[in-house]
Ligand binder design. Structure first.
Ligand SMILES: NC(=O)c1ccc[n+]([C@@H]2O[C@H](COP(=O)([O-])OP(=O)(O)OC[C@H]3O[C@@H](n4cnc5c(N)ncnc54)[C@H](O)[C@@H]3O)[C@@H](O)[C@H]2O)c1
Length: 259
């Protein structure tokens, strides 16, 4: 997709990676709306970027909030060509038994249901126009789970799985899907994780935004901003393939469809 002149919405665009993606889209001549639960975050980023953003209130967990945001953005900017589902939460590193039920519910509501509701709100219009691109923000933890980060890892595997399925589903309709798997990146969320990862150097968020723009332009599925994660992924895949063997039922011939 040629991005110049297109319309994009970035959820969680008031901070960190979402703000970096919004900045990179502006560099490409895109008309950008950021949609965030925090008006203060959005005001700060819009000021940093010279007031060039449309800022719209959104709680990604609420279908009515999605409908209101969509109506406002389309009323002011026109149909949305690019949806970036970026808003997300993490939890402190801790054993799974110490994750409160309410913490689990809220994290899954924002990180997983928020992406689902965003796709539901926008892909119908994109399919009808046979044009559009959805970017879903997973994480390095959507490819490599970390112990003591179990619920966050589960949410990011869910985003990756939903997005790959959506990629298959939307390709025949001329709509693209990309998945961003960030490693440590400068943001409010990263600031909260200093206990475990203080020795690691976070990447600047606008560089992830520029990688996302290239992926939209090239219609590429996977956006790997931090290739230093590759050895850990290889070790994980080696363990997985190492556990392949004979079928549990001797002689079973299989029925897996080709995907
Ligand atoms: N920063 C990292 O190192 C890192 C690494 C991997 C993945 N990620 C992912 O990147 C995405 C962005 O994270 P970030 O690090 O920039 O975090 P951040 O905390 O700096 O920004 C997140 C933004 O989302 C907004 N938000 C939170 N709940 C919302 C809701 N219900 N509705 C709408 N907006 C809401 C917040 O107000 C905030 O402005 C998340 O999905 C996160 O899981 C971040």
């Amino acid at each position: 997709m040629d991005l110049n002149g297109k319309v994009a919405v970035v959820t969680g665009g008031g901070s960190g990676i979402g703000a970096g993606i919004a900045e990179a889209l502006l560099e490409k001549g895109v008309r950008v709306a950021i949609a965030d639960i925090s008006a203060a975050h959005m005001a700060e980023e819009n000021e940093r970027l010279g007031g060039r953003l449309l800022t719209v209130a959104l709680d990604v967990t609420d279908p009515a909030s999605w409908a209101a945001m969509k109506a406002e953005v389309e009323g002011k900017l026109g149909p949305v060509d690019v949806l970036v589902n970026n808003a997300g939460l993490s939890h402190p590193f801790k054993p799974i038994e110490d994750v409160a039920d309410a913490e689990y519910d809220r994290l899954m509501a924002v990180n997983v249901k928020g992406v689902f509701l965003g796709c539901k709100a926008f892909v119908g219009g994109m399919k009808a126009r046979r044009s559009g691109h959805v970017v879903n923000v997973s994480s390095a933890n959507g490819l490599i789970p970390f112990g003591t980060f179990s619920v966050y890892s589960a949410s990011k595997f869910a985003v990756a799985g939903m997005s790959e399925a959506l990629h298959q589903e939307l390709a025949p309709h001329g709509v693209g899907v990309s998945i961003l798997y960030p490693g440590l990146t400068k943001s409010r969320m990263a600031d909260q994780q200093v206990g475990r990862i203080s020795s690691m150097v976070p990447m600047g968020a606008v560089w992830l935004g520029r990688a996302v723009c290239r992926a939209i332009e090239d219609n590429r599925l996977h956006v790997i901003s931090h290739p230093d994660m590759k050895p850990a992924i290889e070790r994980r895949i080696d363990v997985l393939f190492g556990d392949f063997g004979e079928p549990a039922e001797p002689g079973y011939r299989g029925a897996m469809p080709r995907v």
